[in-house]
Ligand binder design. Structure first.
Ligand code: NHX
Ligand code: ZN
Length: 678
C-alpha cells in the first residue's frame, strides 16, 4: 500500500546501482557499435575481388582512377573510373549512387606490383594514381584478433564485480546472502500512516497504541519495575489490515521501522535464514528504539518437529531457533519491539508464543457492520460519489468482507462508473461491484440451449423455494440465471452476521443448498453435474457438524478437531469403527435433509413451477417476486428487517441492478463457527 511511496533510507545503494547499470549498458553499447562497424565495413555493394592476371589486363586498359597499395598485406585497393564501370563489373553494375566502386587484388608482392606499374605507365600511358599505405585497418585487425578476448575480459570483470563486494556490489551480491533483507522506513520518510488512517479495529488499535506509548515513553513503565514487552503478534484473516496497523505504529511512534516478510529469511542456501535473523537484530539494536515487523511469520514460525524427514524443514527450524534465541537474547530495555503478523496463529510454534517473546496476541478480526461503515468512509474519500451512495447501506450489503475487499469494491465501482461514462459513482455501480467481487464476471453471452436454461431455472427455483419455506434459512435477495463467474446461475442471500449458529440454522441451510439438486430430480426426472458445488458445501457442512460440533445423534458431543495444529499424521484419534460411523452419519444427515427438501418441494410444486417460469422469462428476480408467489414469510428475522429497509431504498432504482448481497459462497467464509480447515 504505502510501501512504494516510502523511500528506503539507503542513499549509497541507489547510487551504486546507477553505476552498475551504467557499466552494463555501456557494454551493450560497445557490442552494438562493433556490430554496426562490422556491418558497414562489410558493405560489398560496389566492391569486387579480382585476380592478379585480370587486374593486369584491366590496369593496362586504364580503367582505374587510383590504386592504394597495402604492402604489408600485399593487397591493392583500386578505385574504378566512373566511365569504365561496365568493363570492370560486366554482369553486376554497382548501384548508381555507389561512391568510388572498388576492386581488391591480391598481389604477389609489392615489388612485382611496382615493376608491373612502371611497365604499364611506360607502355600503355595509364594515368592511374598510386599510393602506398603501411597498413589500412590496423585498428580493425586489432579488434578482430583481440576483440573476443576483450569481450571475455569485460564479461569476466562484470561477473567478478557482481560477486565480490567491490564497487558494483548491488543487491544481487553473493556475499550478501546472510544480510537481512529488511526494508527500513525512517522517521523522516515522506508518507506516514497514522492511526487516523486505520478505520475500525478499535480493540486492536488500543492494544497497539500501548506499544507506541512504550516506545515513546519507556520510563513510565520501567520506573514501576515493569518490563517492556518484546513483541506482539497480530492475528487475523487476510486483508484485515495487519500490515496497515503495524505501519501506523511506526508512523505514530516516530521510530525506525524494519519491515520484512517471513519468507525473506528463507533462501536456497543452508544457514542463511539464521544469519539473516542475526543480522536483522544487529541492525535493529543499532537503531533502537525501533520496531521490527515480520509479515507472514508462519513461514518461519511453524511448529517444529513435524515432517522431520524433510530437508527444507531443517533449515526453517534453524531459522526459527535463531529467532527464538534473539528474541530472548537481548535485554528488554533495548527498545526493539517485534511485531509479527499471521493469519494462522494456531500453527505457530508454542515457544514463539510464550511469555517473553510474542507475549501478547492482538486479534484483528473481520470488520462488523459499524467497522465496515467506517472503512467505507475511508475508501470513499478519494472517490467522486453522488448522494445516492450511503456507506451504511454499503456496509450492510457486504457481510464478511475484509478491509481489502472493501477497498476493492470502491475501486471496482469507480471503474464501472468510468466505463459507463459517468461523472459520479452511483449506488448501482457499488452494487454491481459487490456482485462482481462476490460472484465473478457476468457472462451474458454464454451459449445455452433452452433445455439447459430450463434446467438452471428449475435448480435455482429449488434453492429459492426451500429457503423461503424454512425459518432459519438465510433470507433471499435475488435469484438469477445469468451466468457469473463459474456459476451458471445463483440464489443470492444476505446472511445474518451471527456469532454462533444453532443446529437448526445449519440444517436449514443444508436443506436449502440441496434444494437445487432435489428440484432437478423431482421436476426434471434427472439429475445433473451442475450441483457439484452445492454438494461439496453440504458435505463439508455435514462433516463439520459431526466431527467438530458434536451434533450427531449416534456420537454426540464429540470433537475431533485439533486446534493446536498438530496434524494427526498416520494415526487418527479414533478407531476404524468410528471412522465408518462418521461416514455413515454424514450420509445419514445429508439424506435426511435431501428428503426434507424433496418433501417441501413437492408440497410447493406449483409455486416452484411459477417461480421457474418467471425466472426463465426475466432472468433475474428479487425477493418481492418470490413473496408474490409464496406470500410473506411468517417469521421475521433481524436480517430480514435490514433487508426490507434496504429494498425500500433500492426500489427507486431501475429494478435490474439494484439489490444485491451475498452468494452462497460467502456463507462459509462468514460463518465463523466453521473451522477454516474443514
Ligand atoms: C460446468 N458449471 O462446470 C458448468 C459450466 C446447476 C445450473 N460444466 O449450484 O453453475 O455446472 O445454485 C463457485 C460457485 C463449479 C464454484 C459456483 C464451481 C459452480 C451453481 C459448477 C448451477 N447454483 N454449477 C449452483 C452451477 C457448472 C460450479 C463453482 C460453482 C447449475 C450451478 C457449475
Ligand atoms: Zn445450486
Amino acid at each position: 500500500m504505502e510501501n512504494n511511496s516510502n523511500i528506503p533510507n539507503n542513499p549509497n545503494k541507489s547510487n551504486k546501482q546507477k553505476m552498475f547499470r551504467f557499466n552494463f549498458y555501456w557494454m551493450y553499447g560497445l557490442i552494438l557499435l562493433m556490430l554496426v562497424a562490422l556491418y558497414m565495413s562489410n558493405d560489398t555493394t560496389g566492391t569486387k575481388e579480382i585476380g592478379w592476371t585480370e587486374f593486369q589486363k584491366l590496369a593496362k586498359e586504364n580503367v582505374f582512377e587510383q590504386m592504394v597499395v597495402y604492402n604489408k598485406k600485399n593487397v591493392v585497393e583500386a578505385t574504378v573510373k566512373n566511365d569504365k564501370l561496365a568493363e570492370v563489373f560486366p554482369n553486376s553494375m554497382p548501384p548508381a549512387g555507389t561512391l568510388a566502386p572498388k576492386v581488391y587484388i591480391k598481389i604477389p608482392s609489392a615489388d612485382k606490383f611496382s615493376d608491373f606499374y612502371d611497365q604499364a605507365v611506360a607502355q600503355n600511358q595509364i594515368d592511374t594514381d598510386v599510393r602506398f599505405e603501411e597498413s589500412d585497418d590496423a585498428w580493425w585487425s586489432f579488434i578482430i584478433s583481440f576483440g573476443p578476448m576483450i569481450l571475455l575480459l569485460l564479461v569476466w570483470i562484470y561477473l567478478m564485480r557482481r560477486m565480490s563486494g567491490g564497487v558494483g556490489a548491488g543487491p544481487g551480491n553473493v556475499f550478501n546472502v546472510g544480510k537481512a533483507k529488511a526494508q527500513i522506513f525512517d522517521k523522516d520518510s515522506t508518507t506516514k500512516v497514522t492511526f487516523k488512517d486505520v478505520a475500525g479495529l478499535a480493540g486492536a488499535k488500543q492494544e497497539v497504541e500501548e506499544i507506541v506509548s512504550f516506545l515513546k515513553n519507556p520510563a513510565k513503565y520501567t520506573e514501576l519495575g515493569g518490563k517492556i514487552p518484546k513483541g506482539a503478534l497480530l492475528v487475523g484473516p487476510p486483508g484485515t489490515g495487519k500490515t496497515l496497523l503495524a505501519k501506523a505504529v511506526a508512523g505514530e511512534a516516530n521510530v525506525p521501522f524494519f519491515s520484512l516478510s517471513g519468507s525473506d529469511f528463507v533462501e536456497m542456501f543452508v544457514g542463511v535464514g539464521a544469519s539473516r535473523v542475526r543480522d536483522l537484530f544487529r541492525q535493529a539494536k543499532e537503531k533502537a528504539p525501533c520496531i521490527v515487523f515480520i509479515d507472514e511469520i508462519d513461514a518461519v514460525g511453524r511448529a517444529r518437529g513435524r515432517n522431520a524427514n524433510m530437508n527444507s524443514n531443517d533449515e526453517r527450524e534453524n531459522t526459527l531457533n535463531q529467532l527464538l534465541t534473539e528474541m530472548d537474547g537481548f535485554a528488554s530495555n533495548s527498545g526493539v519491539i517485534i511485531l509479527a503478523a499471521t493469519n494462522r496463529a494456531d500453527i505457530l510454534d508454542k515457544a514463539l508464543l510464550r511469555a517473553g517473546r510474542f507475549d501478547r496476541q492482538i486479534h484483528v478480526d473481520l470488520p462488523d457492520l459499524n467497522e465496515r461503515k467506517q472503512i467505507f468512509g475511508v475508501h470513499l474519500r478519494p472517490i467522486k460519489i453522488d448522494s445516492s451512495v450511503d456507506p451504511e447501506l454499503l456496509a450492510r450489503q457486504t457481510p464478511g468482507f475484509s478491509g481489502a475487499d472493501i477497498a476493492n469494491v470502491c475501486n471496482e465501482a469507480a471503474l464501472i462508473a468510468a466505463r459507463n461514462e459517468k461523472k459520479f459513482v452511483q449506488k448501482e455501480d457499488f452494487m454491481n461491484a459487490v456482485d462482481r467481487i462476490v460472484g465473478g464476471l457476468e457472462n451474458r453471452s454464454k451459449v445455452m440451449t433452452e433445455n439447459e436454461r430450463r434446467n438452471i431455472a428449475i435448480h435455482e427455483a429449488g434453492h429459492a423455494t426451500i429457503s423461503w419455506k424454512l425459518e432459519y434459512a438465510n433470507p433471499l435477495v435475488k435469484v438469477t440465471i445469468v451466468p457469473r463467474g463459474k456459476a451458471l446461475g445463483a440464489a443470492w442471500y444476505l446472511p445474518e452476521e451471527r456469532q454462533i449458529t444453532t443446529r437448526e440454522q445449519l440444517l436449514d441451510e443444508m436443506c436449502a443448498l440441496l434444494g437445487g439438486r432435489a428440484a432437478e430430480e423431482l421436476f426434471l426426472g434427472h439429475i445433473s453435474t451442475g450441483a457439484s458445488n452445492d454438494l461439496e458445501r453440504v458435505t463439508k457442512q455435514a462433516y463439520a457438524m459431526i466431527v467438530y460440533f458434536g451434533m450427531s445423534n449416534k456420537m454426540p458431543n464429540l470433537n475431533y478437531y485439533d486446534s493446536t495444529g498438530q496434524e494427526w499424521g498416520f494415526t487418527k484419534p479414533y478407531s476404524e469403527e468410528t471412522a465408518r460411523l462418521i461416514d455413515q452419519e454424514v450420509q445419514h444427515l445429508i439424506n435426511e435433509q435431501y428428503e426434507r427438501a424433496k418433501k417441501i418441494l413437492s408440497e410447493n410444486a406449483d409455486g416452484h413451477n411459477q417461480l421457474a417460469n418467471v425466472l426463465l422469462e426475466r432472468e433475474v428476480i428479487y425477493s418481492e417476486d418470490v413473496e408474490h408467489i409464496f406470500g410473506k414469510r411468517p417469521w421475521v428475522s433481524r436480517s430480514e428487517e435490514i433487508l426490507e429497509s434496504q429494498e425500500k431504498s433500492s426500489q427507486e432504482k431501475k429494478p435490474e441492478d439494484t439489490s444485491a448481497g451475498e452468494t452462497e459462497d460467502k456463507e462459509d467464509k462468514q460463518d465463523t463457527t466453521v473451522p477454516k480447515s474443514v
